[in-house]
Structure formats: structure tokens, C-alpha cells
Design a protein around this ligand. Structure first.
Ligand code: ATP
Ligand code: MG
Length: 203
């Protein structure tokens, strides 16, 4: 049996806010490991320009390579069509030993949207959610979300963390305008972004 944390996202690019959230939850919830899962075609970002999955995956690997309990999954990048978490969690759960648990880690902004996710109730029957606080986003809507969920509300855990006010959008904007991103992303991710010339074009 294992307790697996998963963190889905566009990770365009992965940053220290993602890494800190995952580490705080890993320790706080006694997780065996955390899997970062870059999405292929996120349903809520259709029409927006997203970097190639290969780059987003590579940056996630560079960011996590020095952490023995962190790794990166290609399960969504390998799957055609829109990336629905319910499909991902079903697939992952099938591959885990009987009795294992999955905890889905999200930020305050993502948990607020959960009712709009595909098959939200089925998803919550498959895994727990840990919603971490994120600077700039209120957790005040969580009670309304929980009301809608009824008995499944017990599956959603709010977890206050020491947060970083970092977003991938801001990092992309910083690169485009020539401002520094040092200490916002791991050094290897910063080097990769500059080496590959990512985020220099207008979105
Ligand atoms: P973008 O600005 O492109 O939307 P992002 O920084 O929000 O990027 P995502 O890949 O969209 O990153 O987010 C993946 C997950 O990480 C979501 O659950 C999101 O809430 C969470 N997350 C992102 N940044 C932080 C942060 N600074 N603190 C806590 N959680 C975060
Ligand atoms: Mg986001």
C-alpha cells in the first residue's frame, strides 16, 4: 500500500510555488512520493498557447531530479485528447497495490473550480484532494464547494502552507520582458528556459 500525492498542472514552467506546495503536503500528509503530471490539453486552457509538452516535461524533470520522492509522469502527455483528471486518477489507481491512496494536490484557485471538472463526483470517489493556500487567491469559496459535494466534502482537505506568490504566467511575462526569474524557479529550469529561448515571443 502506498500513499501517493499527485499534482496536475500545465507547468509552463514548473516553479518554486509548485515545488513548495508538493513538499509541504508530502510532509504534512505522510506521503510516500509525489508525482507531477504535466497535462497535454488542459480543458480549462483551450485556445491558450501552451509550450510543447516535451519542454514542460523536461523542466519538471530538471526541477525534481534532486528530490528522491518527487518524479514526473507522462501519463497525460501520452494520452490523446483533452486531459481529464478523472481518467488520469483511474489509470494511476489501477496500477497501485490494493488499498493504496491517492491525494490530489491543488492550489486554492484550482479547488474553487472542481465542481466544473469532468465527473467530479467520480473523481472524489477515487482520491482525496488537498487544497493548499496560495497567495492572491481566497479559500473563502471552499465552504460553498463543500456544500455542493455533500458527503464527498470530507474528501477535500484545506491545508494552509507557507506560500510563494509565484505563477507560471508571471514567469513567462518576466522572461518576455527581460526581467529575472532567479529564485522563482530552480536554477536548472532557468538555464533551460534561456537555452531553449522559451517565452521570448508574445503569447
Ligand atoms: P498559470 O499562471 O500558467 O496558470 P500556475 O502558476 O497557476 O500557471 P498551473 O500549472 O496552472 O500553475 O497550476 C498547477 C497547480 O499548481 C494548480 O493546482 C495550482 O493551483 C497550483 N499552484 C500553482 N502555483 C501555486 C503557488 N504559487 N502556490 C500554491 N499552489 C500553486
Ligand atoms: Mg494556473
Amino acid at each position: 500500500m502506498i500513499r501517493l500525492g499527485i499534482m496536475g498542472g500545465t507547468f509552463d514552467p514548473i516553479h518554486n510555488g509548485h515545488l513548495l506546495a508538493a513538499e509541504e503536503v508530502r510532509i504534512g500528509f505522510g506521503l510516500d512520493s509525489v508525482l507531477f503530471i504535466p497535462s497535454s490539453h488542459p480543458p480549462h486552457k483551450q485556445g491558450k498557447k501552451i509550450s510543447d509538452g516535451f519542454h514542460r516535461y523536461t523542466m519538471a524533470v530538471l526541477a525534481t531530479v534532486d528530490h528522491p520522492q518527487f518524479s514526473v509522469s507522462t501519463v497525460e502527455l501520452d494520452r490523446p485528447g483533452l486531459s481529464y483528471s478523472v481518467d488520469t486518477v483511474s489509470t494511476l489507481k489501477d496500477g497501485l497495490p490494493e488499498g493504496s491512496e491517492i491525494l490530489f494536490i491543488t492550489g486554492a484557485d484550482a479547488i474553487a473550480q472542481i465542481l466544473s471538472w469532468k465527473d467530479a463526483e467520480k473523481l472524489l470517489s477515487l482520491c482525496d484532494f488537498v487544497a493548499v493556500t496560495r497567495p492572491g487567491y481566497s479559500m473563502s469559496g471552499i465552504d460553498r464547494v463543500k456544500e455542493h459535494l455533500g458527503s464527498l466534502a470530507a474528501r477535500v482537505h484545506v491545508f494552509p502552507i507557507t506560500g510563494f506568490a509565484i505563477s507560471s504566467s508571471d514567469i513567462r511575462e518576466r522572461v518576455k520582458t527581460g526581467r529575472p526569474i532567479r529564485y522563482l524557479v530552480p536554477a536548472a529550469v532557468e538555464e533551460y528556459i534561456h537555452k531553449m529561448g522559451l517565452y521570448t515571443q508574445s503569447e
